[in-house]
Design a protein around this ligand. Structure first.
Ligand SMILES: N[C@@H](CCC(=O)N[C@@H](CS)C(=O)NCC(=O)O)C(=O)O
Length: 218
């Protein structure tokens, strides 16, 4: 199993956590999003994913892009431990939260969006930071409310839903990591903060973190 990954990519980070939780052996092929004008734009990588985004997984002759499709593939070939809660209500809430991050929050903070704002519209680094924090804050406020709504005032288990990590946590933790790079004050979102502190203490999350990747700059 080969994972094309970039240490800081939050979409690749989601998949790395899934692989670690399921204890699947994999080899990382690093794709640097900044050097060589972005290695994801080179022809070899383009032929794997014409959208020129990481991650891409290759297994048994199958090439898959889209982190959530990759995670569903892993779930199908390696169902245990499951990455979705078992009850229908929790499962749908988990998908809802994961999709909120993957479809509504993450894409507008992507590198190519920042590059476009900088190159086409001459936004400064501080304006781009403001853009990112604006959309992340709106997203995080909704996630915080969604989690209180779903779980009530019960004590936080350290995960979004139930007592085990789910796809919701796989999307949330990398998104928070990304937000902290933009100096977001996470204490404003106590439930998200509790989940983050708990998850990053666990080995599958820790080993998937950008700092633990071979391509992390030394
Ligand atoms: N929806 C995709 C998003 C993939 C994605 O946006 N990857 C980012 C890194 S997190 C990327 O390759 N960005 C390169 C760019 O924006 O130029 C997924 O979930 O896999």
């Amino acid at each position: 199993m080969i994972l094309y990954s970039y240490f800081r990519s939050s979409a690749a980070y989601r998949v790395r956590i899934a692989l670690n939780i399921k204890e699947i052996d994999y080899t990382i092929k690093p794709i640097h999003l900044l050097t060589d004008g972005g290695q994801h734009h080179l022809p070899d990588f383009h032929s794997l994913n014409p959208l020129e985004l990481v991650p891409v997984l290759i297994h048994n002759g199958i090439t898959i892009s889209q982190s959530l499709a990759i995670i569903d593939y892993l779930e199908a070939i390696h169902p245990s431990p499951a990455l979705y809660p078992s009850g229908l209500t929790d499962k749908i809430a988990c998908q809802e939260l994961a999709l909120s991050i993957a479809c509504d929050v993450h894409p507008i903070n992507n590198l190519r969006v920042a590059n476009f704002l900088k190159e086409r519209h001459q936004l400064s680094p501080s304006q781009i930071k403001d853009w990112n924090l604006h959309w992340i804050s709106i997203g995080f406020q909704s996630l915080e409310e969604r989690l209180y709504h779903h779980n009530g005032s019960s004590t936080c288990t350290g995960f979004c839903f139930g007592n085990e990590p789910s796809v919701a946590d796989l999307c949330l933790i990398p998104q928070i990591y990304n937000a902290l790079r933009h100096d977001l004050d996470l204490s404003v979102y106590p439930r998200l903060n509790d989940i983050y502190q708990h998850c990053i203490s666990l080995a599958p999350f820790k080993h998937a973190s950008p700092e633990c990747q071979a391509d992390f700059p030394t």
